[in-house]
Design a protein around this ligand. Structure first.
Ligand code: HEC
Length: 372
């Protein structure tokens, strides 16, 4: 089960909402009435620009004009359009955020991309969208009727070194609900072949043109777990679990397998393991202290005041740490991404899901008694 975050902070969320700007097609992106660009730049959060091109997923190197890109994972939602050369730009994404970009376009399935991690620098990331015709061809390849109420999922597979994962059997890739139960009427998985489409004849993953991919058809709307088991490079196997969210009639791009996160400390302490993660992204932290400073938007809980003071500040906030029900601690639930229809509980999401290594580290620290 993923924990269900509780609580809200409407006043501060509205304030943050003003700083996240939705640009319009062909316009400079800073267009919030009453907030000029210099005010935005002076914001203590130092929001960053995420930009790149909207591209066709199946037709390589094809930029797309008139695609609508919508954020998910930050308050407020920003919506921008790609220009004639496919270029898009989302301004002022808070440092420390992980943000999903969904791309919509006429004759295309609305396609949810892999989350973009935003730290203390602008991020360049192309986003992809799948045409209805291309997705229909994937169904036709295995003689399956297209179910327009369900989603198409494609995931890149990486090995322990982050290279395309070849050689694993179909059984090593599963998609289940969040309680690890099978999804009724799900079709797949299928590996992609050399033609760039799924190939029902393939029983092991292949690397083609520098990538290895897997797909599922008829993913119902909702949030699911993609599990990929792969050789860990040390004679054993590792399994990576990723949370994916599908929308009716949409498409999802995900990533599975891949670099194994470093071993978590057995008994984390605040000063050694937690405090450094709370610091600014520029200081190799998760970016909490980009906002949680005395004068920042998260000034309700100051996190950059030295380890002992920061711990005292956290302990003084009701519900921030809940040793009786560790997963309910606000320190975990506030920055945790919340799948729709839930609205984000916090200005930005930092933990994509309960599989996030930092989420697990914080949870272990609280479970073990939140040691200083
Ligand atoms: C973009 C700015 C921003 C970032 C980055 C940020 N926060 Fe926050 N946080 C806020 C704001 C604003 C509030 C108060 C409004 C609310 O509760 O949503 C808040 C509230 C909280 C609260 C509840 C405090 C209370 O006592 O009510 C916790 C706990 C928290 N944040 C933890 C974190 C952690 C942990 C991180 C980093 C992983 C983080 N925040 C990153 C802006 C931010």
């Amino acid at each position: 089960m993923f924990p269900s975050p509780t609580g809200s902070g409407m006043t501060m969320r509205k304030l943050i909402g003003l700083l996240v700007i939705a640009g319009c097609a062909g316009e400079a992106p800073s267009t919030v009435p009453g907030v000029d660009a210099s005010d935005v730049d002076a914001a203590p959060e130092g929001g960053q620009r995420v930009s790149g091109k909207a591209m066709d997923y199946f037709a390589a190197d094809t930029p797309l004009a008139n695609a609508t890109i919508t954020t998910d994972g930050i308050e407020a939602v920003a919506m921008v359009q790609s220009a004639s050369d496919g270029a898009y730009e989302v301004a002022n994404v808070p440092a420390g955020s992980k943000v999903f970009l969904a791309v919509a376009r006429a004759s295309y399935r609305t396609t949810r991309n892999i989350a973009v991690a935003v730290e203390d620098a602008p991020v360049t990331r192309d986003v992809y969208v799948m045409s209805v015709a291309d997705v229909n061809r994937q169904y036709a390849t295995d003689g399956k009727p297209v179910n327009v109420g369900k989603a198409f999922l494609a995931a890149d597979l990486k090995d322990a070194a982050g290279m395309p994962l070849a050689g694993i059997p179909l059984a090593n890739v599963t998609l289940t609900d969040v309680d690890d139960q099978p999804i009724p009427a799900l079709i797949g998985p299928y590996f992609f072949g050399a033609q760039g489409d799924i190939n029902p004849a393939l029983t092991t993953a292949e690397a083609n043109a520098g990538r290895s991919r897997v797909a599922f058809l008829d993913v119902p709307p909702g949030t699911f777990k993609l599990s990929v088991t792969y050789p860990d490079g040390q004679g054993g196997n590792a399994t990576t679990v990723t949370q994916v969210t599908a929308t009716a009639g949409g498409a999802v791009i995900a990533s599975g397998g891949g670099a194994i996160p470093g071993a978590a400390p057995a008994d984390p302490t605040f000063a050694t393991n937690i405090y450094p993660r709370l610091q600014k992204a520029a200081n190799d932290g998760l970016g909490c202290a980009n906002c949680h400073t005395a004068n920042g938007s998260g000034g309700i809980l100051v996190m950059d005041a030295g380890a002992a003071t920061t711990l005292a500040n956290i302990m003084a906030r009701p519900g921030a740490i809940n040793t009786a029900a560790p997963a309910d601690s606000l320190l975990l639930t506030k920055p945790l991404y919340e799948p729709a229809p839930a609205v984000q509980n916090h200005p930005n999401a930092t933990f994509l899901d309960a599989n996030d290594p930092d989420y697990k580290l914080f949870l272990l620290w609280i479970t073990n008694g939140a040691k200083p």
